[in-house]
Design a protein around this ligand. Structure first.
Ligand SMILES: *[C@@H]1O[C@H](CO)[C@@H](O)[C@H](O)[C@H]1NC(C)=O
Ligand SMILES: *[C@@H]1O[C@H](CO)[C@@H](O)[C@H](O)[C@H]1NC(C)=O
Length: 208
């Protein structure tokens, strides 16, 4: 009998300990947020308040706070003239030739004299300092590169896409259309612009 009682006692203690441990870890967002730099923390907090949902007593964490800073940015590219089309191209540091080929062919911003097109290359941060410097120099020449502070890798491609969406939402939210593509793609711009998007007609809303 006494052994059964002490067994129950041990179980109760274990139960309480688990509950306390659960409570101490059940606010991961605030501890995560507090690790970030101040601007990033603000973004994450603002994002959290919009995204966090409550199911009964369970608050879910934001799926992707995306609290990365821009290392290279072109914040004024859209300022004076609302573009008809923004082309976002995911690319990696070593693809200098591919970027140049795109600039000189389908991605040429001056292809259409009557339509403003913006071409931007999206990158993360390379682990190789020399490559980062080369991209910085390239950006100073062409002003068509945006880099955010996450490690550039295949598994982080999603972050690159989110970064592009964030850039448009923040710096170019008046753009009529946005297209995201890769650097190993050739886009038939005449087809895209005149057959699919039809600049003469009113821009379609919720058109995908
Ligand atoms: C969150 O919502 C508020 C109000 O609706 C808005 O002003 C703010 O920009 C939103 N924040 C983000 C990160 O979307
Ligand atoms: C993705 O980027 C984050 C932020 O820089 C980094 O911590 C993580 O290791 C990267 N993931 C991969 C698979 O490279």
């Amino acid at each position: 009998m006494p052994s059964k009682v002490s067994c129950l006692y041990v179980l109760t203690v274990v139960c309480w300990a688990s509950a306390l441990w659960y409570l101490s870890i059940s606010r991961p967002t605030s501890s995560y947020v507090s690790q970030l730099s101040v601007p990033a923390r603000k973004t994450a907090k603002a994002h959290k308040s919009n995204v966090t949902t409550t199911f009964g007593n369970i608050r879910t964490r934001p799926l992707n706070p995306h609290a990365f800073d821009f290392i290279i940015n072109e914040p004024k590219k859209c300022e004076t003239n609302v573009p008809f089309l923004v082309i976002l191209i995911t690319t990696t540091h070593k693809e200098f030739d591919a970027r140049q080929a795109i600039r000189e062919t389908w991605g040429d911003e001056s292809t259409f004299s009557d339509l403003r097109i913006i071409t931007l290359f999206l990158l993360g941060r390379s682990t190789d300092a020399v490559l980062n410097q080369m991209v910085e120099q390239e950006s100073e020449i062409f002003h068509d590169i945006v880099v955010e502070d996450f490690i550039d890798s295949y598994h982080n491609l999603t972050l690159k896409t989110l970064m592009g969406m964030r850039w448009v939402a923040t710096f170019c939210n008046q753009a009529k259309y946005v297209m995201k593509t890769d650097s190993d793609i050739f886009v038939n711009m005449d087809n895209l612009v005149y057959k699919l998007l039809k600049p003469a007609t009113k821009p379609r809303r919720r058109y995908f």
